[in-house]
Design a protein around this ligand. Structure first.
Ligand code: ATP
Ligand code: MG
Length: 128
């Protein structure tokens, strides 16, 4: 297995232990993705799911991974209380940590509050 697949397996266990149902979809084997980028994505996934368990009160969480020619998109959605994107951002270190790690690989994070919380984590695909 690879790093992201291992992390997907772990977060699935964590969600199930918290009685949050979990749906995983998309590509598990990433193309054109350096190990550094895969490690960053794994860390982002871990923090995103930790937040779902700690803060959302959700009953379900879905995780999807999609690759286009341009980017890899990791989406983590929960059906919980939703995040206050203006206020909550500066409460802890987790979201800032995600942002900083993504900056490092020219990636980006955007957060949506609709029917719960959605994190879109994007990293460009660079073919060398
Ligand atoms: P740390 O990650 O440093 O342990 P934290 O989880 O509180 O602390 P962040 O991960 O940065 O910090 O999240 C900031 C805040 O955003 C949280 O305290 C919480 O109020 C809110 N939040 C984050 N994720 C969610 C979510 N999935 N649903 C609802 N609220 C959330
Ligand atoms: Mg956190």
């Amino acid at each position: 297995g690879n790093k992201l697949e291992d992390e997907l397996f772990r977060v699935k266990q964590i969600l199930l232990a918290a009685e949050i149902s979990c749906k995983i979809s998309g590509t598990l084997e990433l193309r054109n993705t350096p190990l550094l980028v895969e490690n960053v994505l794994s860390m982002c996934l871990k923090e995103a799911v930790t937040n779902v368990v700690k803060h959302s009160g959700a009953t379900s969480c879905s995780i999807s991974i999609k690759q286009s020619t341009k980017e890899t998109l990791l989406k983590v959605h929960d059906n919980g209380t939703g995040i206050d994107t203006k206020k909550d951002w500066s409460k802890g270190h987790g979201l800032r940590g995600i942002k900083e790690r993504l900056d490092f690989v020219n990636g980006s994070l955007d957060i949506h509050e609709k029917n719960g919380t959605t994190l879109n984590i994007r990293v460009p695909i660079v073919i060398q």
